[in-house]
Design a protein around this ligand. Structure first.
Ligand code: FAD
Length: 466
C-alpha cells in the first residue's frame, strides 16, 4: 500500500524548500516532490541574492508582510544552519530631480513597512560610495538590506527537513491527481519505469514557473504565470571593492530596476533586466540586452569599464497578472496554493512557510512541532569565513579559480543529506566551474569525480570523454 503522507510539497524552489522545512519541524510527515534531478531547477536558480527588507513593497500587502517575516527568521536561524549574511546595507540613489522628488514618498512607505531609512545629499552619497558617477544627486540608506547565498539557503532548508524525517523525491514530475476520501493520489509522469503514485492528505503547490499548470490539478487556476526574464553580468573579483552597499535605483511599479551589488562569493553583479516572455523553462541570454546592461553599469560606476566580466546569466521571475502573492488554502480540496512569488521569494520564503503552516493549522488540524530538531550545517562557500581550499592540510584543489578541493566535491556528491543530482547542483553546492575560467580548466577533473554519481554523465567514457 502506498504510504499516506500528512503533506506533499510540489516543487523544490526556495519557497518549496522552506515550506518542506517548516512542515517537517511542525511534526508533519512530509514528502517533497521535484520534477528535476535536483532542487532549484526553476526560478530560484538565478537571482540577485539580496535579502530584502521589504522597505519598498506595497504597504499592507501579503508580499510585504511575508518579506518582513522571512527576513526576520533568516536573521534568527542563519548561524545555526551555517548560512552567510553580508550586512552591506543598500543605497537608493537619485540621479535627477524626478528621482529626488520621489524620495519622500519612498521614505514614508518604508516607515509604514517598519523599515527606517536615512536621507543623503549629493555629498553624502559621494562619501558613502565614492566610485559612483558624479551625477548622483541624493539618496536614501537602507541599513538592513543584506546579501546571502541564494543556493545554500534553500539547500539548508531542505537538508534540515530531510535529516529530521522528510522524504525528498527527485525526477518526479507530478502529472495529475485525484482527491478522494480526504486524500490526494498524485500521479507522477512515467519515465520508463511504469506509472508511480504518491498519496498525501494535503498538497502544497510550490511549482513556481509551472504554478498555474500544477494548480489545474486542483481547480481552474485563478492566476496565469507570465515569466519575466532578468539578465545579469557578473564582474571579476577585482571589481568587488568598487561599492560597499547594494546600489538601487528609484524603483518603478513594474521592476526594482537595475542594481549593482556585491555577491557573498566576492564578485560584483549588475542586473537584472525585466523582459516578459512566454517560455517558462529557457532564460536565453541576449547580446543587445547585455550590452545595454553593461552600459547601464558603467553609467553608475564608470570605473567598471576597466574590470573583466566573469560570466553572464539569466533567471525567470514567476510573475502573474497580480502584483501580490497568490497564497490560499482550499479546505475542501486538501490543497494550499503558493503562487506568483515573483521577485522576492528568496527573502520571503521562510515567512511564506510560516504563513502556510498557519493556513494548514486553520484548515486541516493542529501540528505537533518536533521537540529537539537537528540543525545540519551547510558548507561555507563565501569569502566571509575560512574555506577548506585555504587550509594548510587541504586536499587537492580541483577548481583553482574558486579554490574548490576534491574533498568538497566528493562530499557534495555523496556525503550529504541531499547529494547533488546534476552538474548544476554540484556547481551550486561547491562553486566548482563558477570562477574566472567558467570551468575551462577544471571541467574534465570535475566530470571524472562526478561521473559515478550523476546519471547525466553516465554516457561519458573514462575521463569524461564522450
Ligand atoms: C532576475 C531575478 C532576480 C531576483 N532577485 C531576487 C532577490 O534579490 N531577492 C529575492 O528575495 N528574490 C529575488 N528573486 C525572486 C526569487 O528568485 C523567486 O521569487 C523565487 O525563486 C521563486 O521561487 P519558487 O520556489 O516560487 O519557484 P521555482 O524556483 O520556480 O520553484 C518551482 C519548482 O517546482 C518544480 N516543479 C514545477 N512543476 C513541477 C511538477 N509538475 N512536479 C514536480 N515539480 C515541479 C520546478 O522544477 C522547480 O524546482 C529574483 C528572481 C529573478 C528571476
Amino acid at each position: 500500500m502506498t504510504p499516506l503522507f500528512d503533506l506533499a510539497v510540489i516543487g523544490s524552489g526556495v519557497v518549496g524548500c522552506a515550506v518542506f522545512r517548516e512542515s517537517v519541524l511542525a511534526g508533519l510527515d512530509t514528502l517533497m516532490i521535484e520534477r528535476a534531478p535536483d532542487l532549484l531547477a526553476g526560478a530560484s536558480k538565478a537571482n540577485s541574492a539580496i535579502l530584502h527588507t521589504g522597505f519598498d513593497s506595497k504597504p499592507g500587502s501579503l508580499e510585504q508582510r511575508l518579506i518582513r517575516a522571512g527576513h526576520r527568521e533568516y536573521l534568527a536561524i542563519h548561524e545555526r544552519l551555517g548560512l552567510p549574511l553580508l550586512k552591506t546595507g543598500a543605497t537608493l540613489v537619485a540621479w535627477n530631480d524626478q528621482d529626488l522628488a520621489q524620495l519622500d514618498g519612498i521614505d514614508a512607505a518604508a516607515r509604514q513597512n517598519g523599515v527606517s531609512l536615512h536621507r543623503l545629499d549629493a555629498e553624502g552619497v559621494r562619501r558613502r560610495e565614492p566610485s559612483l558617477a558624479p551625477t548622483a544627486c541624493g539618496g536614501l540608506v537602507v541599513d538592513e538590506e543584506s546579501l546571502i547565498d541564494p543556493w545554500s539557503a534553500p539547500l539548508a532548508y531542505a537538508q534540515q527537513a530531510v535529516v529530521n524525517g522528510g522524504v525528498f523525491l527527485r525526477n518526479s514530475p507530478v502529472a495529475s491527481g485525484t482527491y478522494e476520501d480526504g486524500a490526494w493520489t498524485l500521479r507522477l509522469e512515467d519515465r520508463g519505469e511504469g506509472e508511480k503514485t504518491v498519496r498525501a492528505r494535503v498538497v502544497v503547490n510550490c511549482a513556481g514557473l509551472q504554478g498555474d499548470i500544477v494548480e489545474a490539478i486542483a481547480r481552474s487556476s485563478p492566476f496565469t504565470i507570465k515569466p519575466r526574464k532578468g539578465q545579469f553580468i557578473v564582474y571579476d573579483k577585482s571589481a568587488y571593492g568598487l561599492i560597499s552597499s547594494v546600489i538601487l535605483p528609484v524603483p518603478s511599479p513594474v521592476t526594482k530596476g537595475i542594481v549593482a551589488t556585491r555577491t557573498v562569493f566576492g564578485n560584483l553583479l549588475v542586473g537584472p533586466t525585466a523582459e516578459p516572455q512566454d517560455d517558462r523553462d529557457v532564460a536565453a541570454l541576449g547580446r543587445p540586452q547585455l550590452e545595454s546592461l553593461k552600459a547601464a553599469g558603467e553609467r553608475l560606476l564608470p570605473s567598471l569599464a576597466r574590470h573583466d566580466i566573469t560570466a553572464t546569466y539569466a533567471g525567470l521571475r514567476p510573475a502573474t497578472e497580480f502584483s501580490d502573492y497568490q497564497i490560499e488554502a482550499l479546505p475542501d480540496r486538501g490543497w494550499i496554493t503558493v503562487g506568483g512569488i515573483r521577485s522576492t521569494g528568496l527573502s520571503s520564503a521562510l515567512g511564506i512557510a510560516r504563513h502556510v503552516r498557519g493556513l494548514y493549522e486553520e484548515s486541516f488540524g493542529r501540528c505537533r512541532p518536533l521537540a529537539d530538531p537537528l540543525w545540519p550545517r551547510v558548507p561555507n562557500l563565501t569569502e566571509e569565513f575560512p574555506r577548506p581550499g585555504f587550509q594548510p592540510d587541504r586536499d587537492d584543489i580541483i577548481c583553482h579559480c574558486e579554490s574548490v578541493t576534491r574533498a568538497e566535491i566528493r562530499a557534495a556528491l555523496s556525503d550529504s543529506p541531499l547529494p547533488a543530482g546534476c552538474i548544476g547542483g554540484l556547481r551550486r553546492r561547491t562553486r566548482c566551474m563558477m570562477g574566472r575560467c567558467q570551468g575551462f580548466y577544471c571541467t574534465r577533473r570535475v566530470v571524472e569525480l562526478a561521473a559515478p554519481y550523476l546519471p547525466e554523465l553516465a554516457t561519458l567514457g573514462p575521463g569524461g570523454a564522450a
